[in-house]
Design a protein around this ligand. Structure first.
Ligand SMILES: [Fe+2]
Length: 346
C-alpha cells in the first residue's frame, strides 16, 4: 500500500478532505464539480471509470468515494468492494438511478457501502451526505490509528453530543472492567471490555442532537433512529478494524437476556458474553444519572429497578457477580446525596 502519511498530514492541516466521485457520464461529473467548487472542506477528485478510480485510490489519500452503480467495465459495487480492501478507512457511498432491492442489498453486503443515493439527487441532501460521510471517515481513521488514550478521547468527543451523559462512557468502562475481572477474564479481554465500555455508544455520532437531547419521551420515528446506533457504531468499529469483541459490545449492548432487546432480539447466551457485561454496566450508570427526560434515581430506586431487570434484561449470573461493584458505587452515591442535602438544608 502506498505511504500516504504525508498527504494525510497536509490535508488535515489545511482542513481539506479528498472526496472522489466516479461516474461514466461526464456531464454528471461537471455538475458535481460545480456543486462542491466553493466547499471549504471538500477537495474534489473525479474519475470516469473504475480503473481510473482505483489508480487515484492507490496514489491519493481519499476519505470518501461516491460511485455510480452502472458503469462499463468495473461496476460500482465491484469498485467499492475493491476499494474496501485497498483502503479500508475510505468511506463508501453508492449512487444509482435504479433503486432496485438487489442493488441495495449488494451495496450493503458486498461493498459495505454505508449510504445509497438515488439519482437524480437533491443538491442540499448530497452535500449533507458527503459532509456526514467525512465526519464518519474521521472517526474511522482515528479509531484505526488509535491506542488506548486515543480511543478514550474519541469516546469523550462523541459524548459531547449528549451532554447528559458526560462521563458515562468512562464509568461504563470502569464498571464493565470490574465485572470482567470478577468473572476471571484474562487481562487482554478485560482491556477489550474497557474499550467496548468506552465505545458502546459511538454509533450515536449518527443520531441528530435534537433526537439525543429531546427533553421528553421520543416518538416512534425518533426511537427508530436511536435504535440504529448499535448498528452504526459496530460498522464504524469494523471499518476501523477493532477486535471482534469490541464490535460485539457495540452491536449487542441493547440486546436483552429475555430476547426483547434490539437490534436483533437475541436471547440468553446468544448474546456475546462481553456485550452482556457492558449492558449491565450501561443500564446501571444510566439509572443513577440524570437523563434529558427524568432526574437521576436514588440509590434505593436503582437497587430496586436493577433487581426487577435482572429477571428479564440481564444475565442473572453476571448480575449476581456485579452486586458488590454496584453496592460500592451506590453507597458512595447515597453518601454524596446526604452531604448535598445537609449543605442545602443548612
Ligand atoms: Fe446505547
Amino acid at each position: 500500500m502506498p505511504d500516504k502519511s504525508n498527504q494525510r498530514d497536509s490535508f488535515t492541516e489545511s482542513g481539506m478532505r479528498t472526496v472522489l466521485f466516479v461516474d461514466d457520464e461526464v456531464s454528471i461529473l461537471h455538475e458535481i464539480q460545480k456543486l462542491f467548487s466553493d466547499d471549504a472542506i471538500v477537495r474534489l477528485l473525479v474519475a470516469s471509470g473504475g480503473e481510473e478510480a482505483l489508480e487515484i485510490i492507490r496514489t491519493e489519500d481519499v476519505w470518501l468515494v461516491v460511485s455510480d452503480s452502472h458503469m462499463p467495465g468495473i461496476s460500482g459495487i465491484e469498485l467499492l468492494e475493491r476499494i474496501r480492501h485497498i483502503s479500508p478507512t475510505t468511506g463508501r457511498i453508492l449512487m444509482t438511478a435504479n433503486a432496485d432491492l438487489k442493488t441495495a442489498i449488494d451495496a450493503i453486503n458486498i461493498s459495505e457501502a454505508f449510504r445509497f443515493i438515488i439519482k437524480p439527487w437533491d443538491n442540499n441532501e448530497l452535500q449533507f451526505i458527503v459532509h456526514e460521510g467525512l465526519q464518519r471517515a474521521e472517526v474511522v481513521r482515528e479509531l484505526a490509528h488509535s491506542e488506548e488514550g486515543a480511543i478514550n478521547s474519541i469516546a469523550q468527543a462523541i459524548e459531547l453530543k449528549d451532554p447528559c451523559t458526560r462521563g458515562h462512557c468512562d464509568r461504563v468502562a470502569e464498571y464493565a472492567a470490574a465485572l470482567a475481572m470478577r468473572i476471571g477474564l484474562s487481562e487482554g479481554k478485560i482491556i477489550h471490555v474497557k474499550y467496548g465500555g468506552w465505545l458502546h455508544d459511538c454509533g450515536k455520532i449518527g443520531v441528530p442532537g435534537s433526537v439525543l437531547n429531546f427533553p421528553g419521551r421520543l416518538d416512534e420515528p425518533s426511537l427508530k433512529i436511536i435504535h440504529k446506533h448499535p448498528l452504526w457504531g459496530a460498522e464504524l468499529a469494523r471499518q476501523a478494524s477493532l477486535p471482534t469483541k469490541v464490535v460485539n459490545m457495540i452491536l449487542y449492548h441493547h440486546e436483552k437476556y429475555d430476547g426483547s432487546g434490539y437490534p436483533y432480539g437475541l436471547k440468553g447466551e446468544e448474546i456475546a458474553l462481553e456485550a452482556r457485561i457492558v449492558t449491565i454496566a450501561d443500564v446501571f450508570d444510566c439509572l443513577r444519572t440524570r437523563r434529558p427526560y427524568r432526574a437521576a434515581y436514588t440509590s434505593d430506586q436503582v437497587r430496586e429497578i436493577m433487581q426487577e431487570m435482572s429477571e428479564s434484561y440481564f444475565d442473572p449470573h453476571l448480575m449476581e457477580l456485579f452486586q458488590a461493584t454496584a453496592e460500592e458505587v451506590l453507597e458512595e452515591d447515597a453518601r454524596r446525596a446526604a452531604t448535598h442535602h445537609r449543605d442545602v438544608v443548612g
